[in-house]
Design a protein around this ligand. Sequence first.
Ligand code: CUA
Length: 309
Amino acid sequence: MNALPVLDPQSPQARAIFHLAIVAGIIFAVIFAIVSGMVVYALMRCRWREGEGDPKQIAGNKTVELVWTAIPFLIVVTLFVLTWKTMGAADPPPAPEPDIVITGHQWWWEARYSKSGVVTANEIHIPAGTPLSIRLEAADVLHEFWVPELSRKMTTVPGQPNNIWIQSDHPATYLGVCSEFCGTQHAWMHFLVVAEAPAQFQAWEQAQLAPAKMPAGGNAAQGLALFQQTSCINCHAIKGTVATAGVGPDLTHFASRKKLGAGIADNTPENLQRWLADPQQVKRGVKMPDYKFTESQVTQLSAYLETLQ
Ligand code: CUA
């Protein structure tokens, strides 16, 4: 990941925007240089000197006025045409059926793959080299989906789906963010876009489609029992169990994900236990309440969730 990802486009869509920004930047730099150069020249060349009277007074010059009307007009027309072309390349009309429906929630992202039916959260896998049509929705308030290397920004609006295309030239992992303020944990609404070789992507999709494995015994089995008895199931889904709710992230393959809490911590057993012990300590304001689980309950739940590869 680049420190300034917006300057490092990795898709035709992002490259089109980047190139427009470069061309516009050069035009603006030239205008700035000419204007400031003329101001400095005038200050030095034309300042009042001892013993000089007023210079010759000139009012109106048709040629000058025509030139300084025509040049900005040409610049505006050029920028208009370039922007028009960039919009066509960076933001073509959406596909009739989106490849992925991505929903912004306070404060995480849900991804539903239309064809396969895979449902996941905060870690969006895509096949490298293929443009994907993304439909963006919002579950609560305005959010904004942005992967600087891959595409433009797009707001997610409750009740009004928006569409963008994303694509990655080659396999790589990109950081995505919410770029519209949406409440307490707006800053921790990160996600990863994992672009993989097509075969690897298909393997990932197959693995995500499988229902959760049933633990054979021990802490993990007790954790599953606890999960199904408590209010975890009011918000989360784990395919293959009684949990089918869609309020919080789908946890069917929770352990396959690199991050937890929409990027706030690495998905390690220690961080998961801290999260389960009191989510508010890890991510203040998160919609998951503190259930005041005992230490052994936290151990059991974490043992179970860690099996969800
Ligand atoms: Cu969602 Cu900011």
